[in-house]
Design a protein around this ligand. Structure first.
Ligand SMILES: *[C@@H]1O[C@H](CO)[C@@H](O)[C@H](O)[C@H]1NC(C)=O
Ligand SMILES: *[C@@H]1O[C@H](CO)[C@@H](O)[C@H](O)[C@H]1NC(C)=O
Ligand SMILES: *[C@@H]1O[C@H](CO)[C@@H](O)[C@H](O)[C@H]1NC(C)=O
Length: 415
């Protein structure tokens, strides 16, 4: 454990017990109640003034994107002018301010940026200069994904995981780097080895990162064979072909590979995915009960809420359909949920007991949404507490409505 970096920003809780002549000092690492703040949503409904700062310990601005030049990070996709204000506002509330490097569209040159010794040295300078310039408390590495393709046109190298670790070690040896909070947003399985399989051990990362944030969402979506849970708490209770990943399996895999539970933050989703499900496929025959994992019509993908990406050409030049993402607030504005987060009359509802996530279905538009609500966030908070995880990180802060999700996970998680 890197005590120097932790002490730098920690609330150190020291309880001193006099035991005869011995003194035992117990140090507890502070919990993490975090969210990512999407800079591009500041002027589409979620300005800095809407953040519930007092309910968070850390806020992470997204994204600084990798570029073809290892000396340059780009804020072009977010809102460069807002970043200094984000940092000062966070600090005025006693909240740590981080920036996330990468993201789905911003990971194209992650591999190249750490692909040689010279590049790692240059990239350490790039990220430390960036952190200094913006007065950041830390950096989050959201490389989607080392050693495997993400968006479709990323640079990829079989040595990505090893290069990533070498880069972070070099960063930790830097006078600025050693003072930063460093985290990594990860898949639900450990970083892959040279053969593309989850590594047996990634314990080296535990010595240089403060924590990993497991992105336990997008587990099922419009790319899946059927409707399924966006963010399953558990999948070990599902049949084998439905085990696509979950918080339970991710924590088991990452801890087995050498990341202590106390360095795992659970990534949670304030949004869901929508699917076109024809009425004949939605209900158990002759009933009003929704069936699990129904077939959906990929040729008629629904659009999501006003933040959803419409159909179009992506950064790799590929044509995509509408994303179909619906934020928690979008479930309310689109008429699935009441303002208090309960299902509206006329909307069919199912709470899946294995994944512990809800579904809603509008039988007029034939649209089903897999999402998270207060109940499922409550279950995730209880899991965080019972497993001794470090905390939670929500994608994204602006997806919630009236803090219904945030309040639920904070309460059950003991924050
Ligand atoms: C950001 O956008 C500006 C204006 O289009 C462009 O000149 C600049 O090169 C871009 N920066 C990066 C790092 O992509
Ligand atoms: C190093 O970075 C440069 C761009 O700054 C890139 O062109 C080159 O491919 C990188 N090297 C490796 C080995 O990835
Ligand atoms: C279908 O939608 C109508 C109109 O909203 C609603 O009244 C009815 O209860 C719905 N049926 C089921 C089975 O959900």
């Amino acid at each position: 454990m890197r005590s120097s970096s932790l002490l730098h920003f920690s609330l150190v809780i020291a309880s001193v017990h006099a035991l005869g002549t011995n003194t035992v000092v117990q140090e507890a690492r502070p919990k993490v109640a975090a969210a990512w703040y999407a800079g591009w949503h500041a002027d589409t409904g979620f300005p800095l003034s809407s953040v519930s700062w007092s309910k968070y310990t850390h806020l992470t601005y997204t994204f600084a994107e990798t570029t073809p030049d290892v000396k340059v990070l780009s804020l072009n996709g977010s809102n460069a002018d807002l970043l200094p204000q984000f940092v000062s506002t966070a600090h005025s509330h006693g909240v740590k301010a981080l920036v996330s490097i990468g993201g789905w569209t911003g990971s194209r040159w992650w591999s190249a940026s750490v692909g040689s010794s010279a590049n790692r040295t240059a990239f350490v300078k790039t990220v430390t200069s960036f952190a200094t310039k913006y007065k950041l408390d830390g950096l989050d590495f959201d490389w989607e994904y080392p050693g495997s393709q993400g968006i479709g046109c990323n640079t990829v190298n079989s040595k990505d995981t090893a290069n990533f670790l070498s880069f972070i070690k070099l960063l930790r040896a830097d006078p600025v780097g050693k003072t930063l909070i460093l985290s990594a947003a990860t898949a639900t399985v450990p970083f892959v080895d040279v053969n593309g399989n989850p590594s047996a051990s990634v314990s080296g990362f535990a010595t240089v990162l403060d924590w990993i944030a497991v992105m336990n969402y997008d587990i099922w979506g419009p790319w899946s064979p059927s409707v399924g849970p966006n963010a399953p708490l558990d999948d070990t209770c599902a049949s084998a072909e439905l085990q696509a990943g979950s918080a339970v399996s991710a924590v088991a895999k990452w801890t087995a590979a050498g990341i202590p539970a106390g360095q795992i933050v659970l990534g949670v989703a304030s949004y869901g995915h929508s699917f076109r499900v024809h009425r004949a496929n939605a209900f158990k025959s002759g009933s009003t009960t929704l069936i699990p994992y129904p077939q959906f019509d990929a040729s008629a993908a629904p659009t999501g809420d006003s933040w959803d990406d419409g159909a179009g050409i992506d950064e790799c030049g590929n044509q995509n359909g509408p994303g179909g993402d619906v934020n928690f607030w979008g479930l309310i504005t689109l008429g699935y949920l009441n303002a208090d987060g309960t299902p509206k009359i006329g909307i069919a509802y199912r709470y899946d007991t294995c994944s512990q996530t809800p579904y809603v279905y509008n039988n007029q538009t034939e649209t089903m949404v897999s999402f998270d609500n207060a109940q499922s966030f409550g279950a995730k908070g209880s899991f965080i507490r019972s497993k001794g995880l470090r905390g939670f990180a929500m994608w994204e802060a602006g997806g919630d409505s009236r803090d219904i999700l945030l309040n639920s996970i904070r309460s059950s998680g003991g924050f």
